[in-house]
Design a protein. Structure first.
Length: 163
């Protein structure tokens, strides 16, 4: 990653990104600046802050994908501005979501593949919580069929989840 970039300005030739007023002060951490800033400058300043983060491709302890093909990035860019919760506005996105649910139902040998319900999440924590709720609902259903109490579920989990 390049820490220092120059932008060509038609009138001024090359203008240093770090000459911008916002670059001369510390970025506000908990509030928006008083005035709008050049998005290229803000982007570079955030790049500079992220530079000190570790390299995800060298993090052998992560549970995240550390390599992404260019085609995946292109598809992510295509969808980044969509509100995937709004199924009426983005019906094809909703259709692709349903296909993914079907693929997972087949992969996990769901007994009711066509009736399997699911939803997309933005992270593994949400997926783990939804999975935990599904587990609880199934447990409750089985307990009711056995005529047993459903008031005290005994769900044990650790501080890490893999989804």
């Amino acid at each position: 990653m390049t820490l220092h970039r120059c932008n060509k300005n038609e009138d001024e030739g090359y203008k240093d990104l770090y000459d911008n007023t916002i670059a001369q002060t510390q970025l506000p951490k908990n509030e928006l600046p008083e005035r709008a800033s050049d998005p290229r400058v803000i982007r570079q300043l955030v790049y500079d802050e992220l530079f000190m983060d570790g390299n995800s491709r060298q993090n052998l302890a992560t549970f995240c994908t550390t390599y992404i093909e260019d085609e995946v990035r292109d598809l992510m860019d295509l969808s980044i501005d969509k509100n995937m919760i709004d199924k009426d506005e983005y019906p094809q996105t909703a259709e692709i979501e349903q296909r993914c649910i079907g693929i997972l139902a087949n992969l996990w040998h769901s007994p009711q593949k066509k009736a399997t319900i699911g939803c997309s999440t933005t992270g593994s924590s949400e997926a783990a919580m939804l999975g935990g709720l599904a587990l609880k609902w199934q447990w409750r259903k089985h307990r009711k069929l056995q005529g047993k109490s459903t008031s005290n579920p005994n769900i044990v989990c650790g501080p890490v989840q893999i989804c």
